[in-house]
Design a binder for this molecule. Structure first.
Ligand SMILES: C[S@@+](CC[C@H](N)C(=O)[O-])C[C@H]1O[C@@H](n2cnc3c(N)ncnc32)[C@H](O)[C@@H]1O
Length: 327
């Protein structure tokens, strides 16, 4: 059995954002302050250094863990990147996976002929807090200027294409995809930073697997990330991802991981990506946090038009497929 993280911290207070729309002014103020409390707890988790860092907040996973955790095509997609290509690791922690990519050990594991391809791709490691180590600076100093960048101090949603450019490969291993308070905006941003034919590899812990009858890992707890439609019926994460336009999505459950994970490969196949909009309805700070979202539009059969946020002009909105794992 493999563990991608240690025991998640689940804080007791639960915030229901939806009450903001329906409750009294007094209860709205109370809920609002609970939400602020949860965000401030989450910020403390991000900023915890040394003894203040929670055990469950893992920041040092290397490339071999990424390769094991992510969908099977990730290793070859990375190895196939050439000199002109770019890899963005969102939620990189101390950036160990990116550092491993430039190490001689990684090179020695590649097939013959790989070394003759010349310079490796450029990489950008992103983190909210600065987790760089002396080793990071050592490796960066050995590489060409800007071949290895570390960007920090803000979440993905606050970056523009002008600041970051485009990437052929994007990864997220228990980074922003697991932690973001605004999942649809997060996905819009990721898809915007990908080139056409570029691929996003990511993972979520403890979610309802596609078509699965699995239960939350911790008895009495919810899944870590949940989506419901406007009527409150469960929509699977995979189903939501597949309802985006201009993407090809594969989802794979890894039930023997502790907690179990579902891994995703999302390839952008054309520019007019539309992401069905989600509103946050629940956020509990943790490692990762517990999040609930609601589809902004009604759940509709495949092929029909649903609420979505478009990245490009003239975007055909994608319908939301009914969940395979409705509660
Ligand atoms: C648990 S650490 C994981 C680090 C690394 N991927 C690993 O596996 O060791 C979470 C990382 O995600 C980052 N993060 C969380 N939310 C983010 C967001 N919305 N945008 C960018 N980074 C985010 C944190 O700052 C941190 O670097």
């Amino acid at each position: 059995m493999r563990a991608i993280t240690k025991t998640p911290i689940r804080v007791i207070v639960i915030f229901l954002l939806q009450a903001l729309c329906t409750g009294t002014a007094q209860s709205q103020a109370a809920d609002n302050s609970l939400f602020k409390d949860e965000l401030s707890r989450q910020e403390q988790i991000y900023q915890g250094k040394g003894e203040q860092r929670l055990d469950g907040y893992v920041i040092d996973r290397g490339l071999s863990t990424y390769t094991n955790a992510l969908p099977s095509g990730f290793g070859s997609a990375l190895a196939n990147l050439g000199a002109g290509d770019r890899w963005l690791d969102i939620g990189a922690g101390m950036g160990q996976a990116v550092l491993d990519y430039y190490s001689p050990i990684y090179e020695s594991k590649q097939a013959d002929g790989w070394k003759h391809r010349g310079r490796k791709a450029s990489t950008v490691a992103m983190s909210i807090e600065d987790r760089r180590t002396p080793y990071w600076h050592e490796v960066a100093a050995r590489l060409e200027t800007n071949q290895l960048r570390y960007v920090f101090n803000k979440p993905l949603k606050e970056y523009s294409s002008e600041e970051l450019g485009k990437f052929q490969l994007i990864t997220d291993v228990i980074g922003g995809f697991s932690y973001s308070t605004d999942l649809s905006l997060f996905m819009e941003k990721v898809m915007g930073f990908l080139t056409v034919n570029g691929t996003f590899y990511t993972v979520l812990q403890d979610v309802r697997a596609e078509g699965g009858k699995n239960k939350p890992y911790y008895a009495g707890a919810s899944f870590l990330t949940e989506i419901q439609d406007a009527r409150g019926a469960e929509v699977g994460i995979c189903s939501w991802l597949k309802s985006m336009s201009c993407v090809q999505v594969t989802c794979e459950a890894k039930p023997d991981w502790q907690p179990p994970v579902e891994v995703y490969r999302i390839q952008k196949v054309c520019d007019d990506v539309a992401v069905p909009a989600l509103s946050p309805i629940h956020f509990t700070a943790g490692t990762p946090p517990e999040r609930g979202f609601r589809l902004a539009g009604p759940s509709r059969p495949p092929g029909s038009v649903g609420a979505s946020r478009a990245l490009g002009p003239g975007t055909p909105a994608a319908g939301v497929k009914p969940s395979a794992g409705v509660r």
